[in-house]
Write a protein that binds this ligand. Structure first.
Ligand SMILES: O=P(O)(O)OC[C@H]1O[C@H](O[C@H]2O[C@H](CO)[C@@H](O)[C@H](O)[C@H]2O)[C@H](O)[C@@H](O)[C@@H]1O
Length: 248
């Protein structure tokens, strides 16, 4: 699918959640980007909003995050919606069921190499994830090229998938993405035949936008204009929370 010209994108109509299944990215969509991965929090407004949205879409609500699903579940405190983590490779359901792809053995070696690099670049953080290892350089943007080069080397050496992100680069298990997660969830009896709507801000969200469109729904890009497979756009996290409150 061709990326749409982002400047042509408008806000989604507020009645778009009628007969919808709603998929939401987390960082940069529901919460502002923070200096560090552990710098985000879920406040009372967001908790209440998720409850209202769940009712609005009759339970057809999921977060699709690049984070570990356990992170999202901890942040929300045993959520009553589906959480797909690790870029579409993990699933946690409200009834306690969980599906997790196998952790690549090579991640231990990749993490050791990343930690060696981080020791040479103050401000660089290493994130150990269930299915991936990430280098965050938001704390030292000058380390960007070194982080990308190491991640490229590790991905090639270990046959891992190279995942780009916002001031981070990750090597992770391949074989799935947020588009696959959305398609899988849309096959459930509860969601089948409904219209998938997916809100996200990052590279990892683009496969989800494509999958939503191919199933008759739409993606909503959060943030500044850029080439994207999303059909609509909201300019910021703040605008997104306001729009979701109106639409719920
Ligand atoms: O798919 P998402 O839910 O948007 O998760 C994407 C990544 O989010 C986190 O990193 C990003 O957010 C951090 C906190 O705002 C920020 O410090 C970092 O620079 C961003 O890249 C998370 O740490 C990653 O594991 C997720 O893949």
């Amino acid at each position: 699918m061709q990326a749409a010209e982002a400047e042509a994108l408008i806000a989604p109509p507020v009645d778009i959640l009628e007969d919808a299944s709603l998929f939401l990215d987390f960082d940069g969509t529901l919460v502002e980007i923070a200096a560090r991965p552990d710098g985000v929090a879920v406040d009372a407004r967001l908790t209440a909003l998720m409850r209202r949205l769940r009712e609005r879409v009759h339970g057809r609500l999921a977060i699709l995050s690049g984070r570990a699903a356990a992170d999202i579940r901890t942040l929300f405190g045993t959520p009553e919606f589906i959480v797909s983590g690790s870029h579409g490779m993990e699933f946690h359901y409200p009834d306690g069921d969980a599906v997790l792809a196998p952790r690549p053995e090579s991640l231990s070696s990749a993490l050791a190499d990343m930690r060696d690099l981080a020791e040479c670049w103050p401000g660089v953080l290493v994130e150990d994830k269930p299915l991936g290892a990430a280098l965050h350089y938001r704390g030292n943007p000058q380390a960007e090229q070194a982080c990308i080069a190491l991640a490229q080397t590790l991905a090639a050496r270990h046959g891992l998938y190279l995942q780009t992100g916002k001031m981070m680069i990750e090597v992770r298990a391949g074989g799935g993405d947020k588009g696959d997660a959305l398609r899988r969830l849309m096959e459930s009896p509860e969601m089948r035949g409904t219209t998938p709507i997916f809100l996200g801000d990052d590279d990892t969200d683009e496969p989800g936008f494509i999958a939503a469109a191919m199933l008759g729904g739409a993606g909503v890009l959060i943030g500044p204009e850029r080439p994207t497979a999303a059909r609509y756009r909201l300019a910021s996290v703040s605008d997104t929370l306001d729009w979701l409150e109106t639409a719920s």
